[in-house]
Design a binder for this molecule. Structure first.
Ligand SMILES: CC(C)(COP(=O)(O)OP(=O)(O)OC[C@H]1O[C@@H](n2cnc3c(N)ncnc32)[C@H](O)[C@@H]1OP(=O)(O)O)[C@@H](O)C(=O)NCCC(=O)NCCS
Length: 205
């Protein structure tokens, strides 16, 4: 288990996965996502072999994975991808919650935990990209201060982690502090570059 504190919920637990050993749990979680969820999560349908390579990449590139566990199985995940080395690059974030446990606050709990983790790492802002039609993710991101703009079938926005201007959130069972503020909107292609590299269409990671 990671050094961070696990948060126990009524049904499950939220904690960071250890980088190498527990990454198969992320892979298995992503493989359980149905077609529509994979489409939403990866901005297009992605096959099993893609997901297997994607999870392996996360295990080796410094991505932090926060998992929602039920009975030792990861049913939801928040991903915090380190920024690329180029100037102005931001850490990218992504979320996935399996259908049977959706709309119960799991995504929100993962988001809070991810923001606490990002702040602990000293990140000042986070980038999120999702499909323009993805109402669930847009609702979740908006709840945490992301102002999304549309372009090329996507919604993109950033979340400012500066400590001031903290919006009031609905009470939660999680004691994680959230400082999310307005977004600076600036289309970022880093996430797409990463996905394209997974397919071998871009430069090697
Ligand atoms: C997006 C996703 C992670 C949300 O997970 P979740 O556990 O259902 O989220 P929560 O229960 O915490 O809901 C968060 C907010 O979004 C809203 N929401 C959730 N699903 C929604 C939907 N389908 N339509 C509209 N609003 C929705 C909730 O009402 C909630 O707002 P509230 O707290 O004001 O009530 C989940 O739907 C998912 O995994 N989708 C597939 C993968 C994906 O699209 N990933 C995003 C790409 S990065």
């Amino acid at each position: 288990m990671s050094h961070d504190t696990a948060v126990t919920l009524a049904r499950g637990t939220v904690r960071t996965l250890s980088q190498q050993e527990e990454l198969p749990l992320l892979r298995d979680h992503l493989l359980r996502l149905d077609r529509a969820s994979r489409h939403d999560r990866f901005h297009g349908y992605m096959d099993d072999s893609f997901i297997e390579r994607y999870a392996e990449k996360c295990a080796n590139d410094g991505t932090t994975i926060i998992g929602y566990f039920e009975d030792g199985v990861v049913r939801g995940a928040a991903e915090l991808h380190p920024p690329e080395h180029s100037a102005g690059s931001q850490p990218e974030i992504a979320f996935s919650v399996e259908t049977p446990v959706r709309r119960k606050g799991v995504g929100s709990i993962l988001f809070k935990k991810l923001i606490a983790e990002a702040r602990a790492k000293g990140y000042r802002s986070l980038r999120i990209t999702t499909g323009a039609q993805n109402e669930a993710m847009r609702a979740l991101a908006s709840k945490f201060g992301a102002h999304l703009t549309f372009g090329h079938g996507e919604s993109t926005g950033s979340i400012d982690l500066a400590p001031q201007r903290q919006p009031e959130l609905a009470p939660s069972a999680v004691a994680t502090t959230l400082d999310a503020a307005r977004a600076i909107v600036n289309f970022n292609r880093a996430y797409w570059r990463m996905l394209l590299r997974m397919y071998g269409w871009g430069r090697t990671a």
